[in-house]
Design a protein around this ligand. Structure first.
Ligand code: PAF
Length: 289
């Protein structure tokens, strides 16, 4: 595995792979890798000649009161996991390499950002879209792999790739879960033992929602209520949101139809967790919402 920390070196290497006719699969991360990231790497490994992993905690996507300084970092562990999963190139730039000075241009996300997590994290997706624009120009991948645990991020990246004509195939990868259903996340390490015990209630609530939809429920309000009540009954977490919207447009729905995202975010004392499910329903014959 080659470890690169300079942008110019990375671009030279990527150009060389392209000249050799090799396909490049890219997994962008902020490190502290877990099985969710490993699933992205494994999928990229199956589908490409070269797998590139980036580990960069992007300051631009953290708000002033968020956990940038506290965000877990362990590069040696990440390097080991990357190697075990067959990564060819690990890109690990310093913040000064990615942002040598104040930005003169920034990407601003205009849709799919003022709902779900975007509502309580103003500027977050601008930071994500800006760093991904840079990373896409640096890595020049054929395919980019993103976890569906952050479904809103996948929807925003879908817009970025389309609107800016990146010649990149977006590959969304299903959420990897612990045995008890909790979605894998770097932030799970913050949970106290009691919070860790309560946290699977998020996925239980989402599964209850899916079962209700299977049983014929089509009211978005009823689904929201069901998810909220389950979480309130089984955790001490404060609910940030429970939303039911179309996917990937993230438009609010009253009646469920088409591809539907049911998403939750909760705040435990020591960590904010998100989770979601995507449901496929028949499309509406006429626009109802
Ligand atoms: O999902 C993440 O870890 C980050 O938002 C990403 C895509 C690596 C951009 O910094």
């Amino acid at each position: 595995m080659i470890i690169v920390d300079r942008i110019s070196e990375m671009q030279a290497l990527m150009r060389q792979y392209h000249r050799e006719g090799k396909t490049i699969g890219f997994v962008p991360t902020m490190g502290y890798l877990h099985e969710g990231h490993a699933a992205l790497i494994d999928r990229a490994r199956q589908e490409n000649d070269i797998v590139v992993l980036s580990v960069f905690v992007n300051p631009l996507q953290f708000g002033p009161n968020e956990d940038f300084a506290r965000y877990p970092r362990d590069f040696e562990r990440d390097r080991h996991i990357a190697e075990q999963h067959g990564v060819d190139v690990l890109f690990h730039p310093e913040a000064g390499e990615m942002y040598p000075g104040p930005l003169t241009v920034q990407v601003v996300v205009k849709a799919r950002m003022d709902v779900l997590c975007g509502r309580s994290r103003p500027g977050h997706f601008d930071g994500v879209a800006t760093v991904l624009t840079k990373l896409f120009h640096i890595v020049m991948p054929d395919r980019a792999y993103f976890g569906l645990k952050d479904a809103q991020q996948v929807a925003v990246v879908d817009g970025l790739i389309r609107d800016f004509n990146f010649p990149i195939e977006l590959v969304p990868v299903p959420t990897v879960r612990e045995a008890d259903g909790l979605a894998k996340s770097s932030r799970n390490v913050y949970l106290s033992p009691q919070e860790r015990e309560e946290a699977p209630a998020l996925y239980q609530a989402l599964r209850a929602a899916a079962a209700a939809v299977d049983g014929g429920e089509r009211s978005a309000d009823a689904i929201r209520r069901l998810v909220k009540e389950h979480i309130e009954a089984h955790t001490h977490a404060e609910i940030d949101y429970v939303e039911v919207c179309s996917y990937p447009d993230l438009a609010p729905l009253e009646t469920l139809h088409g591809t539907v995202l049911v998403a939750v975010a909760v705040r435990f004392a020591s960590a904010r967790l998100i989770d979601n499910i995507i449901l496929e329903l028949p499309k509406a014959h006429r626009q109802e919402d």
